[in-house]
Write a protein that binds this ligand. Sequence first.
Ligand SMILES: CC(C)(COP(=O)(O)OP(=O)(O)OC[C@H]1O[C@@H](n2cnc3c(N)ncnc32)[C@H](O)[C@@H]1OP(=O)(O)O)[C@@H](O)C(=O)NCCC(=O)NCCS
Length: 179
Amino acid sequence: MEAGDPYIVDDEIAGMHLRAVTLTEAYNSTPAADAEGRRRILEELLAGIGPGTVVRAPFHCDYGTYCSIGARTFVNFGLVVLDVARVTIGDDVQIGPNVQLLTATHPLDADRRRAKWEAAEPIVIGDNVWLGGGVIVLPGVTIGEDTVVGAGAVVTHDLPAGVVAVGSPARVMRAHARQ
Ligand SMILES: CC(C)(COP(=O)(O)OP(=O)(O)OC[C@H]1O[C@@H](n2cnc3c(N)ncnc32)[C@H](O)[C@@H]1OP(=O)(O)O)[C@@H](O)C(=O)NCCC(=O)NCCS
């Protein structure tokens, strides 16, 4: 599954998903004032989370074990991470409200889709990227460091480092100065 091979959900995968749902339900119902309690849940849920990273509730993911978030990253309300394949979020990333990182995909072939085959491709969000509100990142996309993606964009292809991209599909609007 994580390697990108087609699969059909079995009991083991369903159990992994139930684990993530149970932990995210606990996370989302833990008061924001209990920062240590929230942090402990994220450390158990995710493959990794760096120091100084803040994830506002609600947060949702498929498995957690395939999602890592770097240091000093800020995640606003409503992030959805379908981490069927690996999702790597870098350091100092800013993620706006209601962003979706979607590694999962279904067959376009009607018979294989009816048979419940699924697959996935990894997503990488580089250091110091800013994803505006409502951005959707599709399977297999890598976004280079320092890049800004405008609110509401659908990112269908890789974006290079150090650009501003907007729209659906996301297109580079301009390069911007990198520090
Ligand atoms: C992408 C963004 C950072 C660009 O800001 P900017 O460089 O100041 O851009 P401008 O406002 O000068 O706009 C430049 C052009 O891009 C267009 N544009 C700007 N943001 C856009 C967006 N998200 N989608 C589509 N087009 C956009 C503008 O309409 C303008 O086009 P025009 O010249 O034809 O009128 C900003 O528009 C944005 O989307 N910010 C996200 C805000 C957000 O999500 N906040 C939540 C907190 S994370």
